[in-house]
Design a protein around this ligand. Structure first.
Ligand code: CP
Ligand code: NVA
Length: 334
């Protein structure tokens, strides 16, 4: 049966079948080709969307804005400082107001239940632009990138997430790998492993798709023969600065460096959702360097800038894939 996502919310990948996820990746590639060819695709002219950001962003915000404009839509950006959201008006009331004015709402912020509530109360399509638990739009971009780099097929590829394996990006990677039949490895200390319930859910999905889910504390074993080494920052948005000391202690052994890349296949790629602390050219990077004496954190500058790194292709693909997600969910049913 043809995939039809019209009117669907995009809150977490657990809500989507493998065919629906593959459809979004295919559509992302199609829209990317159109953009490169300079073919206009204002398929959603007359529609309006609003972007609610309770946390900062470069890629996600710009992707929603550019993709929205490319599709011919009006785009409004709101943050807590410039709106009533949060301080003077609850998320529930905000959702009910915005649902009267917009065709779609993007939310970036805290608990997953907030975005779920927005979807329930607003009555319009809602997209999750990152919560504490999940980052699903990132996954469509990432899987598009993996497919571009491994045109022979992504099923059976080994993707290793290094470091804070219980954050939103790691959780989402575990889900998408399980759904698409990749072999996912969470490689980190026991303190930062994904919660058992999600691991069990993903293992059950992987059993159906031919993928697998493995947790390991061993870097060499985890990264052996990997096709993809992926990492993310050690302290996520919303976590206090004070946690850096403890995270550095726990996660330093899991830094992605040349040694780690040497365990993987020679054809392996390095991925990172970004932003990244691979040098001290950021305020936090400089502060952490000053306080803890480390000038590179989750990945060394050598790997980040090296030939195996595909991080900027990945960043570009955020725009094409967010466009696909918005188009698929807002278009008229066929
Ligand atoms: N990867 C990602 O979500 O980047 P931003 O925080 O810049 O949106
Ligand atoms: N885990 C990171 C992802 C940023 C895109 C965070 O939540 O800050």
């Amino acid at each position: 049966m043809a995939v039809n996502l019209s009117g669907r919310n995009f809150l977490k990948l657990l809500d989507f079948t493998p065919d629906e996820i593959r459809y979004l990746i295919d559509l992302s590639a199609e829209l990317k080709a159109k953009k490169k060819a300079g073919e206009l695709h204002k398929y959603l002219e007359g529609k309006n969307i609003v972007l609610l950001f309770e946390k900062t962003s470069t890629r996600t915000r710009c992707s929603f804005e550019v993709a929205g404009h490319d599709l011919g839509m009006g785009v409004t950006y709101l943050d807590p400082k410039s709106s009533q959201m949060g301080k003077k008006e609850s998320i529930e009331d905000t959702a009910r107001v915005l649902g009267r004015m917009f065709d779609g709402i993007e939310y970036r912020g805290y608990a997953q239940e907030i975005v779920e509530e927005l979807a329930e109360k607003s009555g319009v399509v809602v997209w999750n632009g990152l919560t504490t638990e999940f980052h699903p739009t990132q996954m469509i971009a990432d899987m598009l990138t993996v497919r571009e780099k491994f045109p022979e097929g992504i099923e059976g590829k080994k993707l290793v997430f290094m470091g804070d394996a219980q954050n939103n990006v790691a959780n989402s990677l575990m889900v998408v790998c399980a759904k698409l039949g990749l072999n996912f490895v969470a490689c980190g200390p026991k303190e930062q492993m994904p919660v058992a319930e999600l691991v069990e859910t993903c293992k059950a999905i992987a059993a159906e798709t031919g993928g697998s889910v493995t947790l390991t504390e061993s870097v060499e074993e985890g990264c052996k023969d990997a096709d993809i080494i992926y990492t993310d920052i050690w302290v996520s948005m919303g976590e206090p600065y004070e946690i850096w000391g403890e995270r550095i202690r726990l996660l330093s052994p899991y830094q992605v460096n040349a040694q780690v890349m040497s365990y993987a296949k020679p054809t392996a790629i390095f991925m990172h959702c970004l932003p990244s602390y691979h040098d001290t050219n950021t305020t936090t990077g400089a502060e952490v360097a000053e306080q803890f004496g480390l000038t590179e954190l989750e990945v060394t500058d050598e790997v980040f800038e090296g030939p195996q790194s595909v991080v900027f292709d990945e960043a570009e693909n955020r725009m094409h894939s967010i466009k696909a997600i918005m188009y698929a969910t807002l278009k008229q049913p066929e």
